[in-house]
Design a protein around this ligand. Structure first.
Ligand code: PMP
Length: 407
């Protein structure tokens, strides 16, 4: 992406035009959530003004249009992550719900007393707590693959954790706290040679890396729409068809059944078996449009540009006295987590906010990562393709000022 191309793309995001405390908004909190392009906003308005109706049940015109748009979005998502079939794409509320769905169905059915689930030391709370809850219920054991000082999973240690009792590996693709891109294909291969299925938390990855679930050969892949330029309230659980087929439904209700009597209910086919109740129709349609939008730019182009931006920011930030980067993995994307000697990350966040710069300060829902690096919190700048070098310069100048203020 050339600077001119980025400027054109920025113009697609109305929210980026505003000022905050009289300063141009510099939005560097994309790992928390991304902003929405006009095309996504327009798609939501077009639905509600033109053809909104409940889906899958109406014979009438509007219902057919809404149903078609909803199912078209599923196909877009299928193609986006290269799933074999749209039956493998389950719409959920978000990444968190997708993981809980797998824990409460697949996990509950397959994990028993003394069994083990392997995660990594860099997981988001949403890829820790559902497994802890399951382990508690079943008397199973949660094993944690350690990470090194760069914030990379120690492969040998990971491999040693895989054993006879391991029923599932659940691992993040791109860490929201460290920026580490995990070698998930390798991790999956190591697990699969022992017959262990793998869930990948793709919450951060899908907006920065081209994901091909068939090439990865992952068994489950989950992500949220809101980190991919779509609204909140919609997310995706991808599962291999044969696994989803074998799993019991999670929530019961309308839409997930073929027939109901008081004696017996026959469930719907995939993916509807896992989609009880009226879904987030607008969210799914908007996600489809966001996927189109991202694919139109191209993930290769996005990744290349963001990498340049990250390298540029890393170099400039590292040059400031007292800055320590948390997460220096060799394979990294879009996230710059750091601490500044003598300054609490929350103070950094607050001072930057006054300059119109939005960053995150805190534990980033990854408290074990903070414990691993012995910091209470970090400040985190996270990039999207609409960020610019000028914005990185503003960030760096502001951090420089914070450093001078406190030293
Ligand atoms: N995993 C990772 C790596 C994340 O960054 C996030 C969101 N911060 C989640 C899971 C959870 O996503 P959501 O809150 O949208 O369900």
């Amino acid at each position: 992406l050339t600077p001119a191309a980025v400027e054109r793309l920025r113009a697609d995001f109305p929210i980026l035009r505003q000022t905050v405390y009289g300063k141009p908004l510099v939005y560097l909190d994309n790992a928390a959530t991304t902003q929405k392009p006009q095309a996504v906003l327009d798609a939501i308005a077009a639905l509600y003004t033109g053809y909104y109706s409940n889906i899958h049940r109406g014979v009438h015109h509007l219902s057919q249009l809404s149903t078609e748009a909803h199912e078209q979005a599923r196909i877009k998502v299928q193609q986006f992550i290269n799933a074999q079939s749209d039956r493998e794409i389950v719409f959920v509320r978000g990444c968190t719900e997708g993981i809980n769905l797998v824990a409460q169905t697949f996990g509950r059915e397959r994990v028993g007393p003394g069994d083990e689930i392997v995660i990594s030391a860099m997981e988001h709370h949403s890829n820790i707590v559902p497994w802890q809850m399951l382990c508690q219920e079943k008397g199973a054991i949660l094993k944690v693959a350690p990470i090194d000082d760069r914030g990379e999973i120690i492969l040998e240690a990971f491999e040693q954790l895989l054993g006879e009792r391991t029923k599932l590996v659940a691992v993040v693709h791109l860490s929201n706290a460290l920026g580490t891109i995990n070698p998930v294909a390798r991790l999956i291969e190591l697990a699969h040679t022992r017959g262990i299925p793998v869930l990948v938390d793709g919450a951060q990855a899908v907006s920065h890396i081209a994901v091909d679930v068939q090439a990865l050969d992952c068994d489950f892949y989950v992500f949220s729409g809101h980190k991919l330029y779509a609204p909140t309230g919609i997310g995706v659980l991808y599962g291999k068809a044969e696994l989803l087929e074998a799993m019991s439904p999670w929530q019961g209700g309308g839409d997930m059944i073929r027939s109901v009597s008081f004696e017996k209910t026959i469930y719907s086919d995939l993916p509807y078996k896992f989609e009880a109740g009226t879904p987030d129709i607008a969210g799914a349609i908007a996600l489809g449009v966001a996927v189109d939008y991202v694919q139109h730019i191209g993930l290769e182009a996005i990744a290349g540009y963001e990498q340049e931006l990250l390298d540029y920011a890393t170099e400039a930030l590292s040059a400031i006295d007292g800055v320590k980067l948390i997460g220096t993995a060799r394979d990294k994307a879009s996230v710059l987590s750091f601490v500044l000697a003598g300054v609490h990350p929350h103070d950094i966040g607050t001072i930057l906010d006054r300059k119109g710069i939005a960053v995150r300060a805190g534990h980033h829902c990854a408290q074990p990562v903070m414990q691993r690096f012995k910091v209470p919190a970090t400040a985190r700048a996270s990039f999207a393709f609409y960020n610019t070098r000028a914005e990185v310069d503003a960030l760096v100048a502001a951090i420089q000022q914070v450093q001078e203020m406190f030293s």
